[in-house]
Design a protein around this ligand. Structure first.
Ligand SMILES: Cc1cc2nc3c(=O)[nH]c(=O)nc-3n(C[C@H](O)[C@H](O)[C@H](O)COP(=O)(O)O)c2cc1C
Length: 425
């Protein structure tokens, strides 16, 4: 071996030793870093039931987890010139020059056809105080109702474009449609901004929008948020980043939306007079029919009760279903003994219809609706009362009556978590 080859080997060994030392040091200091973020790191691990590990990422697949999302209201005219509003979260500035805003809408919305026809729209920016109107504009269609009339909001003819804006909203933006792109589920409408108007009450001396005064609304997950106060500039100076990662504490949040719905479900017994649409009921029934059943018998039928007289008659006869007088719709989940076949004597239909009922209750919660399971079976008198009121055939046995409507907010979920109910073996 010549001298230079020997020196090369020595050098390689030295580098290897150095790398090993550095790696060990790194992992050591990594451990220290975690413990050196005392309150937050410890509390995340201590509080979390699922031993959530900070920074350990879990793949969620393809989901629209972009935060924050706006909750804006799009104004448009239909073919007859009727003004309409629709809430949209799939919205944003998409170009600076010319200043343009994109709004993505599904063909199922009335606004999609309005904007396609009128080639104009307005973007109305709400303050958080207007959340009720925003939510309403996103839950019912201008195809079925006059949303301006229903809400009492005032449509104002656009000054520059063929679209109405909402007088009561603090910022309104008039847009002229320049192009659109069919992306799949949504058509993305691109509107050139023609004019922006803002309430003087939210402007500072230099006509800049004071965001604290605007108090804009955020849509995230299934709910709405306020932005809160502005963060002082000093708090985001680069000096703050000192190499120690901040460990966010998510421990009091649910891990996903499904769990959130499960934990927020409650028996709703107080309803507003807002009606529920046929489409919403169908969505609930679809969820019901997705439940598991013994031997896939699907031993059920669902009666949707909308007749006032029938709802009132049931309310009168069922001791725990008095709230039927407050709603316009109820679902009666029935076992169908013909479909249950030889499994009916084992009461499998009860389990199957119960699973369907729970699916309906969860789906209602997820849609912002309220519902409650009021029993008929196995009480003979209540079961017979429902059979009589609905004139049911012999093979349909009502398990329950589920009133469905919009909750007043008076009913809240119960925390039923009791570790003492669990036995680990
Ligand atoms: C917070 C929120 C955001 C929404 N975002 C969109 C959206 O970006 N695009 C869309 O097509 N629908 C969206 N929707 C649903 C529509 O607003 C809803 O279908 C509405 O009833 C359509 O009204 P229209 O038929 O009168 O146009 C949203 C609803 C809510 C509540």
């Amino acid at each position: 071996m010549n001298k230079s080859k020997f020196l090369n080997i020595i050098l390689a060994i030295a580098v290897l030793v150095l790398v090993i030392q550095l790696t060990q040091k790194d992992s050591g200091s990594g451990r220290q870093k975690t413990t050196s973020v005392p309150a937050t790191a410890d509390s995340v691990l201590a509080k979390s039931d699922s031993a959530m590990v900070p920074f350990k990422k879990k793949s969620l697949g393809i989901r629209s987890e972009v935060y924050p999302k706006p909750a804006l209201v799009i104004g448009s005219y239909d073919e007859q010139g009727k003004p309409n509003i629709m809430t949209a979260a799939w919205v944003g500035i998409c170009n600076s020059d010319p200043l343009s805003i994109s709004v993505s809408m599904r063909p199922a919305t009335y606004s999609y056809w309005n904007v396609t026809g009128s080639k104009a729209f307005t973007v109305n920016i709400p303050s958080s105080e207007l959340v009720e109107y925003v939510n309403y504009a996103g839950r019912v269609s201008g195809r079925d109702v006059d949303k301006f009339k229903e809400t009492g909001l005032t449509p104002v003819e656009g000054e520059f474009v063929n679209a109405p804006y909402v007088k009561e909203f603090p910022i309104v933006i008039e847009c002229e449609l320049t192009e659109f792109h069919d992306l799949g589920s949504h058509r993305q409408f691109i509107g050139k901004v023609i004019d922006v108007k803002a309430d003087e009450a939210i402007l500072d001396a230099e006509d800049h929008v004071n965001v604290d005064l605007l108090n804009p609304l955020i849509y995230a997950g299934r709910g709405y948020y306020e932005t809160g106060r502005s963060i002082p500039e000093g708090a985001y100076s680069m000096n703050k980043i000192d190499g120690k990662p901040f460990v966010p504490d998510y421990s009091d949040q649910y891990a996903n939306e499904t769990l959130e719905v499960i934990h927020n479900r409650k028996s709703v017994r107080h309803f507003t007079d807002r009606p529920v649409s046929k489409e919403q009921i169908e969505t609930l029934l679809r969820a019901g029919m997705a439940a598991p059943t013994a031997a896939n018998r699907q031993p059920w039928v669902f009666y949707v009760i909308t007749q006032r007289a029938t709802l009132d008659a049931l309310a009168e006869q069922l001791p725990y279903a008095k709230m039927l007088t407050q709603v316009e719709t109820a679902i009666v989940v029935c076992g169908d003994m013909e479909k249950a076949g030889n499994l009916k004597d084992e009461d499998y239909w009860v389990q199957d219809c119960s699973a369907a009922s729970e699916n309906i209750l969860l789906a209602a919660e997820s849609m912002g609706l309220g519902a409650v399971w009021t029993a008929s079976y196995p009480y003979d008198d209540r079961t017979q009362a429902v059979i009589n009121a609905l004139n049911l055939p012999e093979n349909h046995i009502p398990l329950n009556v589920i009133p469905v409507g919009y909750p007043t907010g008076e009913d809240v979920p119960k925390d039923k978590w009791k570790p003492e109910n669990i036995f680990w073996k």
